[in-house]
Design a protein around this ligand. Structure first.
Ligand code: UD1
Length: 311
């Protein structure tokens, strides 16, 4: 069993990844500044003697170096980020600090302290608005937001560090991740987290467009499993891979599942499509299967059911 360092451990994906690492018997050291993460996401993890959490900002010089030097992990799973595309547009300097500078500091700390592997939270946002579906890793990279640009730059920083030797880097290009602990706070949060909150409150959801737009929605449990595989499996080589299901789910499909659980909630309100919205997004999952042995397992309807039943 290994020692794994997780940045953004109190976040949506970070907390599920931490839970899974602990369940598999690893020792985990997490860091989070609790800006968008929450200590309550780690309620179970914090009961484990194999887990510790530092409350600190990984983009601040010296923080990562100090924590990595002390813990001496075999791998770093770098999930700390500014997670809102909208916020990256409003505050590009903050996006750069949290999504690029922090990555440089992760790479530097790994090299300074002999960490052998980094797993990085990249995003389908690096592809931009492509209509050539399903999207393969070879597709043109044309990010249309500071967020997407920063994720692409971070991949480059980490893969260059790996090319210098002694380090394996796996960049995970997540598609539309959903599940328990995702924050529905803003109108730009992930659509499923917003719908979940609205149905719980007994209020109708708003569908922008006709609801026939599709996304490659993937359960956070599958994403956490992909992270753990990439951090702990032997024999991996550096590279990038989509983390997706390869299956398209429409918003109407999603609404149908919620509606069946909440028959008393009024039907959705229809509103004009959001400007800049893409109609369809779908990833090719084959490379993750070939290079990591990872394939998504949780059907969307089942994961939605779990989310709806969760407290
Ligand atoms: C994601 C980003 C978005 C970015 C886009 C770039 C997130 C949460 N969103 O959007 O910021 O601009 O990639 O390609 O990371 N919808 C509704 N009702 C709602 C909320 C959303 O109908 O209350 C619709 C949206 O208009 C969209 C679909 O649901 O058609 C999915 O929205 P979202 O979850 O924001 O994901 P992306 O569109 O992939």
């Amino acid at each position: 069993m290994g020692k794994i360092f997780v940045t953004g451990a109190a976040g949506f994906i970070g907390s599920h990844t931490t839970d899974r690492l602990l369940a598999e018997g690893h020792e985990v050291s997490g860091v989070d500044n609790l800006r968008s993460g929450h200590r309550h996401n780690l309620t179970e993890a914090l009961k484990s003697p194999s887990f510790r959490l530092a409350e600190a900002d990984v983009a601040e010089a010296g923080v990562l170096d100090c924590l990595v030097a002390e813990f001496q992990p075999e791998a770093i799973i770098h999930l700390a980020a500014l997670v809102s595309v909208q916020e990256s547009i409003q505050d590009p300097a903050l996006n750069r600090r949290l999504n690029v500078t922090a990555t440089e500091l992760v790479a530097a700390a790994a090299r300074a302290h002999g960490v052998r592997r980094i797993v990085f939270a990249s995003s389908a946002a690096i592809y931009g608005d492509t209509t050539d579906l399903p999207i393969s890793e070879e597709a043109p990279k044309r990010p249309i937001s500071p967020y997407g640009e920063a994720k692409l730059a971070s991949e480059g920083i980490l893969l260059a560090a790996a090319a210098a030797g002694g380090l394996t880097v796996r960049c995970h290009r997540y598609f539309n991740v959903f599940g328990p602990r995702q924050d529905p706070a803003s109108q730009y949060s992930g659509v499923i987290s917003i719908f979940d909150r609205r149905y719980r409150d007994g209020k109708p959801v708003t569908i922008f467009g006709d609801g026939q737009q599709t996304r490659d929605f993937i359960s956070v449990h599958d994403v956490a499993r992909a992270n753990v595989i990439a951090a702990t499996s032997g024999g991996l080589v550096s590279g990038v891979a989509n983390i997706c299901t390869g299956r398209a789910t429409s918003l109407l499909d999603v609404v149908a599942v919620f509606a069946s659980h909440y028959p008393a909630v009024p039907p959705p309100t229809l509103a004009p499509a959001r400007s800049g919205d893409i109609v369809h997004s779908l990833g090719r999952p084959e490379r993750a299967r070939a290079e990591l042995g990872f394939a998504a397992e949780v059907p969307v309807a089942e994961a939605l059911g779990e989310l709806i039943r969760a407290g």
